[in-house]
Design a protein around this ligand. Structure first.
Ligand code: GLN
Length: 613
């Protein structure tokens, strides 16, 4: 360590604690004085521990950890190991096979009860001792040592670090664990346990003696909360469906004969152990690890249960809690009458869009879309009118704002898209990142703006109002010249010079180039910089100018030819000549360009659809 630098320990904790750590510290302080409960003594080694120990830890799905008190003190996992070994049995044998050997019904009895199905001897669930002993016996492996090694490896993967075994606690339980041995004999006698009793018990006691800290347990819990992926190591420890199944059994059976009231009050999948550990999971949110040895009459840690109740209430973690409504899934619904793309249009085109834009519907979707949200979208899409026979209608689906589309929702939306197709509606999806999101969409384009431009072009084409980019407009028919009087038209026609651009060429990049009357092809405007964003585009009959640079300190937008074409260019020298010789013509021209009703000239003041992001 370098000299002169304060060590982390030198900084008082209160001063540096973030709000979550502060909440854990506060919880620790408020419960530390509760010394009720007793240490488990049937495993003599467990009665030796300091009953004052109390650790709390929380691990997020981004792999961040928060902790308070004795969160770094190792303890033997005991029954906290059970859900994780159950995960291994599920991975080895599959749900059906495991279920046929161990049930999933809460026993409502103590952890060490003889809760076996009459006749078959099938234990009621994997969270009580009988079920756990049997689950452990299901783990694949060539002999007990290999089976235990696989268990140790899996639990270590859950924790994100290698876990060791406490030999003394193991030996202690091996010596006194006759009740568990008796349970195993009963199951062996009934035919449910199919291996040697001593072997089964040995592996089970070893798994119970694995050492972990509250911080480790929080990461193990977070791995379950994260669908089986350890948020710290990023390793896939178990599949998502196994994580779900394990959580379900923890929720119904994890707290022995307190399971029902636990679900009522705390509402989280959890598992406790006789050494005072407790693992609790907030699915999709985070994992909690708690440790405090004194136990209540049901064998659950007094402080850990109390802390869980406070945490669940304070952070509103109850599984059945209604999170409240999120932002509307349809951010925008409209038609091309009022919502236009970023394409600068000539007057004639705008008139047609105004009259017939109702044939293009728009829906911008946003947020996390699961079943219920998809149902809302389906409802909205069913309101889109069918196309008239021999005619067409369009629907632009802007999916860029979707943060997550659940597979069920994706299937529902795609079925709706297919149905729209049967009603003659052309569905155009705009999103460059998620190609193939809706396989039945008619057209996919890189952005919602381009999707809308595409539909506008199709609508204009149908009404004979589209100037095809390749068809060159005669200069005198350009909107700007057509709107001027004869004298001004003649003066301006003489002042502009022919200008050609190739695809992807930068246009109007020099200060010398003042005004371009576009006659064919297409230009697009982009923001400059690393994340260039397409602001909009301009086609034949419109104009672009560099007269009013948007000089507010931001980089100027840049113009790039999207399609090759030609235009009439007014250069600065010609402009200066007009200023001297034809000031009246110039004044008329500027008035015209400033009126967005008369001609389409860029930059324009009116914000287009595409500029809202
Ligand atoms: N090893 C302990 C036993 O089998 C585990 C029980 C528990 O933690 N509840 O008795």
């Amino acid at each position: 360590m370098r000299e002169g630098k304060p060590t982390p320990e030198a900084v008082p904790m209160e001063e540096t604690a973030d709000p979550i750590t502060a909440a854990l510290n506060e919880l620790h302080a408020s419960l530390a004085s509760d010394s009720s409960g007793t240490l488990a003594s049937y495993i003599p080694q467990l009665a030796e521990v300091d009953p004052g120990q109390f650790g709390l830890a929380l691990a997020t799905l981004d792999g961040r950890r928060y902790q308070a008190g004795d969160a770094a003190v190792p303890f033997t996992l005991q029954s906290v190991s059970k859900p994780f070994v159950y995960a291994l049995a599920l991975a080895d044998l599959g749900l059906e096979e495991v279920l046929s050997r161990v049930g999933a019904e809460p026993s409502g009895e103590a952890f060490n009860a003889i809760s076996l199905e009459p006749g078959s001897g099938r234990p009621s669930n994997p969270m009580v001792n009988a079920g756990a002993i049997l689950t452990t016996s299901l783990v694949r492996g060539d002999g007990p040592a290999a089976r235990f090694e696989r268990i140790r490896e899996l639990l270590s993967a859950f924790a994100g670090r290698p876990l060791d075994m406490d030999e003394k606690v193991f030996a202690s339980e091996l010596e006194t664990g006759d009740r568990n041995r008796a349970l195993a004999y009963l199951m062996r006698n009934a035919g449910s346990l199919r291996c040697d009793v001593d072997e089964a018990i040995d592996v089970y006691f070893r798994q119970c003696a694995l050492l972990a800290t509250a911080a480790d347990v929080a990461v193990m819990a977070a791995t379950l909360a994260n669908g089986g992926i350890n948020p710290c190591t990023k390793a896939t420890v178990v599949s998502q469906s196994i994580a779900e199944h394990v959580l379900a059994v923890m929720a119904s059976c994890g707290m022995y004969d307190y399971a029902g009231e636990w679900l009522l009050r705390v509402g989280l999948p959890a598992k406790s152990g006789v050494s005072g550990g407790l693992v609790a999971v907030s699915p999709g949110q985070f994992g909690i690890g708690l440790f405090s040895p004194p136990l209540d009459a049901r064998g659950n840690s007094v402080r850990a249960v109390a802390a869980s109740r406070v945490l669940a209430e304070r952070f509103q973690l109850h599984l059945m809690h209604h999170p409240g409504r999120s932002a509307p899934v349809i951010a925008h619904a409209g038609s091309a009458v009022t919502t236009r793309s970023g394409r600068l249009r000539r007057r004639k085109e705008r008139d047609v869009l105004h009259a017939h834009g109702g044939d293009i519907d728009l829906r911008s979707l946003q947020g996390d879309i699961e079943f219920a949200a998809a149902e809302v979208i389906l409802q909205s899409l069913s309101a889109v009118p069918a196309a008239r026979p021999g005619s067409a209608r369009w629907l632009v689906l802007d999916v860029q704002g979707i943060s997550r589309l659940h597979p069920v929702a994706a299937r529902m939306l795609d079925a709706a898209v297919l149905e729209l197709g049967t009603r003659g509606i052309v569905v155009v999806v705009g999103d460059g990142h998620r190609r193939g999101l809706l396989p039945h969409a008619t057209v996919e384009l890189p952005s919602p703006e381009e999707a809308l431009e595409w539909c506008e072009d199709a609508l204009l084409d149908r009404h004979g109002a589209l100037l095809a980019p390749a068809a060159e407009l005669p200069l005198r028919d350009h909107d700007v010249l057509a709107a001027l009087d004869d004298e001004a038209r003649a003066v301006l026609s003489a002042a502009v010079s022919p200008y050609t651009y190739q695809r992807e060429e930068r246009v109007l990049a020099s200060d010398d180039e003042v005004l371009l009357l576009i006659l064919s092809g297409r230009l697009a405007a982009y923001t400059q910089g690393a994340t260039a964003r397409r602001l909009g585009s301009m086609g034949p009959g419109t104009a672009v100018t560099r007269l009013q640079p948007l000089d507010d300190g931001r980089a100027q937008p840049m113009l790039v030819a999207e399609l090759p074409g030609e235009g009439g260019l007014l250069r600065r020298a010609q402009l200066e000549r007009l200023e001297r010789e034809h000031p009246r013509v110039l004044a008329r021209l500027w008035r015209l360009l400033a009126s967005s009703r008369e001609v389409g000239c860029w930059p324009v003041a009116a914000p287009a659809w595409g500029s809202r992001r």
